[in-house]
Structure formats: structure tokens, C-alpha cells
Design a binder for this molecule. Structure first.
Ligand SMILES: Nc1nc2c(ncn2[C@@H]2O[C@H](COP(=O)(O)OP(=O)(O)OP(=O)(O)O)[C@@H](O)[C@H]2O)c(=O)[nH]1
Ligand SMILES: [Mg+2]
Length: 417
């Protein structure tokens, strides 16, 4: 649809506020249930206070036309995200984000999954649940992934029945880390119903679960077994769908001087077998296992692990988490081919263009990331919007600074590949 009419829909809806949003949701429901124009107009007029005169009628008609086209091009979630973002951007109220989140939550016409998608995109929050024994490298892994010292390393976490979290603002987005102190360190905590209840409560907000266990051990420890079993029972398969298993300390000496690759194979098989026992063989079979080491860029087999972890996260995290994650780290992602950049033609190598990025993806990882981004509802719309971005140098107000921010740059970079 033409960019101007889309901007117009977003502008009007953002200034009218909740009645216009209700109207859009109603129109989307009417559209998806196959009831055409007449019903849509009735709904529109009813929601806007009835047919109050010809000018109002014409305005509503124009608006409804714009909304229908926008819904067809971008989908309901992306359209609402753009409208809410516009409202947040033009408001001086410090609590505007909370107000908007409350409004989204109280919208009875939206499904729970739609609410989650819209809220993560509007608050730009990506939530990670960290699971693993103390000292296995949970904090260090987050710091390595984010390229910043955000999580305190080496501190022993207190054993409490709270599921604590802390926020790390990165670029325009926010990474929220939920730690589960004590879960894998004490059978008492893993079997404590109130503790599991507390974890269950935060689960709807979790975009990614990282289970971290050191490679340099011979077996799945008893504490880990108890913790994983209770977590799986309490939370069910959702836990695993967005999960990644990480083996840390892979550059450390392995038991019995074992070689890295065969030992990794054995540990992976053992853990997979246990996970299939407590969940299902299908879940265990599709679960990714990755070798990492927070003291090194590469594992003993020479594989750089941060680009692979970035790619796996885009593939495995919840669909609503993709954009906030890409928005947080997108600017730091480059391609492995750019690593050597064209220094000869640069005046000096302070020019960002000629620098290798912190996370360099190879060809295959780029393709996987592309597919992962498309999987998100907002990502689908983003691809549509970026076709326009490529043709018009000034980015449309719809997405610039709205859904994507840094993500747009990232996506443009990816699309060139
Ligand atoms: N060699 C090596 N050291 C690591 C690795 N990961 C973490 N460490 C070190 O292990 C210690 C513990 O790491 P943390 O990241 O604090 O572990 P944690 O799991 O967050 O620990 P708690 O917060 O106490 O539960 C620190 O001294 C880290 O530097 C790794 O992969 N390899
Ligand atoms: Mg820690």
C-alpha cells in the first residue's frame, strides 16, 4: 500500500488512541471471519460513536479503507506496534510505556500470543531465562554474547524462592535476564512448589531459555537431573521449544585427557537421552547443543561460537523475541567475508565500514538468520516495509524508529547478502 496512506492510518490511530485501536482490531476480526465491508463499517461507526454527520462519516470511511489496506499488507500485530510506537514517541508522559502495556493487556479482542508479540515489540524487551549450576558460566556467557560486562561474574547467587531479573539496555532495546539461583544447586529448591510457581509466572514473558552445563564433567549431575525434571514437569514442553543447551569450559582439560570432539559427542548423547526421558524424543531430537568457552573466541575444533550462538538464538527464541534481539545486537553483526574489509582504499581504519564487526556470520548462518527473522510476525512486515526503504532513501516513518531501529540497518545488511 502507498506509504503516505499507511503513515496517515498510523498518525490518526495514534492520536485518537484506544477507540481507533479497538476499531482496527474489530476490523481485523471482521476481515478474517469473511464478513465484508458492511459489517466492518457498522462496527466502525458504532465504535466511533455512531454516524455523526457526513464529514465524520467520510473520515471514518477513509480511515477504514486505509486500515483494511494496512491490515492486508502488514498484519494486525505490526500495524498495532507501529501505532503504539508512534504514541510512545509523541508523548511527554514518563509512564507512557506502562500505560500502553496496560492498554494492550486489557484489550479483550486480542489473543494472548498477539499481546505478547505486541508488548515485546513495544517495550523492545528480550527475556532470557538462565538455568544452570552456580559457576557454570551463566553470567560470563551473557557478557560474551552481549559484548559487555552486564552480568556480575563469579558472585555466588543467593538461594531464594524469588526469580530475580535485571535489565540491560542495549541500543534501543532491553535484554532482561531471569536468573534461577539455586535451582540446579539444591534438590530442595528444585522441588519447592512455590519456587517452581514463581518460575511458572515469569514463563509467559520468556523468549529464550539457556541451559548451561560445563563440558569438563563426565555425566549429567544429580542436581541438574532433579532440576531439569521438576522444571520440565512444572512448565512442560514450552520450556524446551525456546531452549538451547550450552556446554561451557570446552577449552579446559577434559576428564581422562579425552579428545574434544568424541567427548562432546558422548556428553551430548547422554544429555539428549535424559531430556528425551523427561520430555519426548522429538523435543530432545530438535534441541540444539552448542560448545562454548567464555575464555576463548573459538572452541578446540576451531569453530567460533558467538556467531553460532547468535544464529541459534534467532532460530530458537520466541517469534515475538526476534525483533528486540536483533534490535539489540543487529548493529554488531557483520559477515565473515567483511572481516578483512578494504583497508587499502580507506583513508584510515577508523571508518566503521572498513571494520570487522564483533559477530561475523558465515554464508550459512546468514541464511539461517534470514529465515529466523522472517518467522517473526513483525519480521514478515519488516521485509515488506524494507522493499520500500530500498526504493526511497528516506525511510518511511512507519518503521524508521518504530519497529526496527537498529534492526532495519541489520536487515538491510542481510538483504544485500
Ligand atoms: N575457562 C573458562 N572459565 C569460565 C567459563 N565460563 C565462566 N568461567 C569462569 O568461571 C567463573 C564463574 O563464572 P560465572 O559466569 O560467574 O558463573 P555463573 O554460572 O554465573 O555463576 P553464579 O552466578 O554464581 O551462579 C568465573 O571465574 C568465570 O570467569 C568458560 O567457559 N571457560
Ligand atoms: Mg551468575
Amino acid at each position: 500500500m502507498p506509504k503516505n496512506s499507511l503513515d496517515e492510518v498510523v498518525r490518526i490511530a495514534a492520536s485518537v488512541g484506544s477507540p481507533a485501536i479497538l476499531l482496527i482490531v474489530a476490523l481485523s476480526i471482521v476481515g478474517s471471519t469473511g464478513l465484508a465491508g458492511g459489517a466492518a463499517l457498522t462496527a466502525a461507526l458504532a465504535l466511533l460513536g455512531g454516524p455523526g454527520g457526513i464529514p465524520a462519516g467520510i473520515m471514518v470511511l477513509t480511515f477504514v479503507g486505509g486500515v483494511s489496506a494496512a491490515l492486508a499488507s502488514y498484519g494486525l500485530e505490526a500495524l498495532l506496534v507501529a501505532i503504539y510506537n508512534q504514541r510512545i514517541n509523541q508523548s511527554d508522559d514518563d509512564d507512557i510505556v506502562d500505560t500502553v502495556v496496560r492498554e494492550i493487556n486489557s484489550n479483550k479482542l486480542l489473543r494472548q500470543t498477539q499481546k505478547k508479540t505486541i508488548i515485546s515489540a513495544v517495550t523492545k524487551t528480550f527475556s532470557i531465562l538462565l538455568v544452570g549450576r552456580t559457576g557454570t558460566g551463566k553470567s560470563s556467557t551473557i557478557n560474551s554474547l552481549l559484548g559487555r560486562e552486564v552480568a556480575p561474574v563469579g558472585g555466588t547467587a543467593p538461594v531464594t524462592s524469588e526469580v530475580s531479573f535485571f535489565d540491560c539496555p542495549i541500543n534501543e532495546a532491553k535484554i532482561r535476564l531471569y536468573d534461577t539461583p539455586g535451582l540446579c544447586d539444591s534438590a530442595e529448591m528444585s522441588n519447592d512448589d512455590s519456587y517452581l510457581e514463581a518460575i511458572k509466572k515469569v514463563l509467559p514473558f520468556i523468549d529464550l531459555v539457556l541451559f548451561i552445563t560445563p563440558l569438563n564433567e563426565t555425566r549429567v549431575s544429580k542436581d541438574e537431573r532433579i532440576a531439569l525434571r521438576s522444571l520440565s514437569a512444572a512448565i512442560g514442553k514450552e520450556l524446551w521449544e525456546n531452549a538451547i543447551v550450552l556446554f561451557s569450559f570446552t577449552c579446559s582439560k577434559l576428564p581422562g585427557n579425552s579428545l574434544f570432539e568424541p567427548f562432546l559427542g558422548l556428553r551430548t548423547e547422554a544429555l539428549k537421552e535424559f531430556i528425551s526421558e523427561i520430555s519426548s524424543s522429538k523435543i530432545a531430537g530438535s534441541l540444539p547443543f552448542l560448545a562454548i568457552d567464555n575464555s576463548a573466541k573459538s572452541c578446540p575444533d576451531g569453530c567460533e561460537w558467538i556467531p553460532e550462538l547468535f544464529t541459534l538464538i534467532v532460530e530458537r527464541c520466541s517469534a515475538s523475541g526476534v525483533m528486540p534481539f536483533v534490535e539489540a545486537l543487529g548493529e554488531e553483526v557483520g559477515s565473515a567475508d567483511d572481516s578483512y574489509g578494504d583497508y587499502s582504499s580507506a583513508e584510515n581504519n577508523t571508518n566503521e565500514e572498513y571494520r570487522s564487526k564483533r559477530i561475523n556470520l558465515d554464508e550459512e548462518q546468514q541464511q539461517r538468520v534470514k529465515r529466523g527473522v522472517k518467522r517473526s510476525v513483525i519480521g514478515g512486515a519488516l521485509i515488506g516495509a524494507l522493499v520500500t526503504v530500498a526504493a526511497v532513501p528516506a525511510a518511511p516513518a512507519f518503521f524508521a524508529g518504530a519497529v526496527a531501529g537498529a534492526g532495519i540497518g541489520f536487515w538491510r545488511w542481510l538483504s544485500k547478502r
